[in-house]
Design a protein around this ligand. Structure first.
Ligand SMILES: Cc1cc2nc3c(=O)[nH]c(=O)nc-3n(C[C@H](O)[C@H](O)[C@H](O)COP(=O)(O)OP(=O)(O)OC[C@H]3O[C@@H](n4cnc5c(N)ncnc54)[C@H](O)[C@@H]3O)c2cc1C
Length: 336
């Protein structure tokens, strides 16, 4: 987002030993440790971060055949989209719909990164972590990670306990791509592709994302965002009835989530609460192409982002009784 102040202490960790040493150094001084990947999903307070920030710069990718599948292990500092590109080029299915998501490999298990019907929980088999609780490096299975919609044990269960060092994804050589989303089906149909390859799907996903300013593009006026600022809310039957009454629109988008729960569109709720794309208070606005993205312009400060997010949340809550949950992580400052 290009806002926020400095780190009180900072180290770039090129190897696992440095990650461990950094965590111990912070602990011995009673300082919080903040783990930085690509910084694409963090809003740093203007006054900065009173912590040791460790930037994960571990690199390296290896793969091995595993009973008809291929298991790819990537160090936490590998750029995510390069890994997806390589998997697609090798004909390994499982990550193609996650093309174009900014950031590094190590953050993907954090919020169970997902898009267009895929999420990493479907392919992650192991996550190697430094466990600050036991002061050891351990490998967690997917079942240990507590994955959910845009969340995991790392994000909501036990935040700050684990530093991700590498992630293993189980991919399918020669597998068919996942086409589960209407947008994706439409784009492929428009290109008259009936039996898409992994590369076709990657190309479509990148095109769709670009049209929504959801890839990093230095020439895009909407580029200073952290992607979606709010999660799609998941409500129970009682809450759904309340939202339906307030919405007075049978066309309100919704998706069944099982166990009587329903996922709603945060973008729709925000628009119906009176916010319009491209508009906002001064140096921060909604993206002109996506109502879920808060975009910073010249002179924007983290305080502006926080104030706008709070206003959006407040008006959606007042109109629909739904409290939107933020997707990015706030570093420093008071809660929104
Ligand atoms: C334009 C745009 C589009 C986006 N689209 C999507 C999308 O489609 N789907 C989606 O799921 N997300 C999306 N995002 C959000 C973001 O790209 C992902 O959350 C990504 O995984 C963040 O990676 P990062 O390396 O930049 O993490 P950072 O922003 O650096 O960190 C995010 C959080 O993860 C923690 N973290 C990072 N690395 C580690 C590590 N190695 N160990 C422990 N904790 C760690 C940080 O402490 C922080 O809490 C988008 C963002 C942008 C800017």
């Amino acid at each position: 987002m290009g806002v926020g102040g400095p780190a009180r202490f900072f180290v770039a960790a090129m190897d696992e030993a440095t990650v461990v040493a950094a965590a111990r150094w912070a602990d011995s001084r009673g300082l919080p440790l903040r783990v930085l990947g690509g910084g694409s999903n963090i809003v740093v307070a203007d006054e900065g971060v009173e912590a040791l920030v460790v930037q994960i710069a571990l690199r390296g990718i290896s793969s091995r055949n595993a009973g008809g599948a291929v298991e790819v292990t990537a160090a936490a500092g590998e750029p995510w989209d390069s890994l997806v590109e390589e998997a697609v080029a090798n004909g390994w299915a499982g990550l193609e719909c996650l093309s174009g998501i900014p950031g590094l490999v190590g953050a993907t298990p954090l919020q169970n990164v997902g898009a267009y019907g895929q999420e990493v929980a479907q392919t992650v088999t192991a996550v190697r972590v430094f466990d600050r609780g036991s002061d050891t490096i351990v490998t967690l299975s997917a079942a240990d990670c507590g994955f959910g919609y845009r969340t995991s044990r790392f994000k909501s269960g036990e935040p700050d306990r684990f530093v991700v060092l590498s992630v293993t994804y189980r991919l399918v050589p020669g597998g068919t791509p996942a086409v589960r989303y209407a947008d994706l089906e439409r784009d492929l149909a428009a290109r008259e592709i009936a039996r898409p390859s992994l590369s076709d799907v990657r190309r479509s996903v990148l095109a769709i994302r670009r049209a929504k300013s959801m890839v990093l593009d230095p020439a895009d006026d909407n580029r200073r965002s952290c992607g979606s600022f709010f999660l799609n809310p998941i409500v129970n039957a009682v809450q759904l009835a309340q939202v339906e009454r307030a919405a007075e629109d049978p066309g309100m988008p919704r998706w069944p989530e099982g166990e009587g729960r329903t996922k709603l569109s945060a973008a729709w709720l925000i628009e119906r609460a009176g916010f319009r794309r491209g508009e906002g208070p001064g140096p921060v606005t909604l993206s002109t192409r996506h109502s879920l993205a808060i975009v910073c312009h010249g002179g924007a400060r983290a305080a502006d982002v926080r104030a706008f997010a709070a206003e959006i949340r407040g008006r959606v809550a007042a109109r629909f009784g739904v409290r939107l949950v933020l997707e990015p992580v706030l570093w420093g400052g008071s809660p929104v």
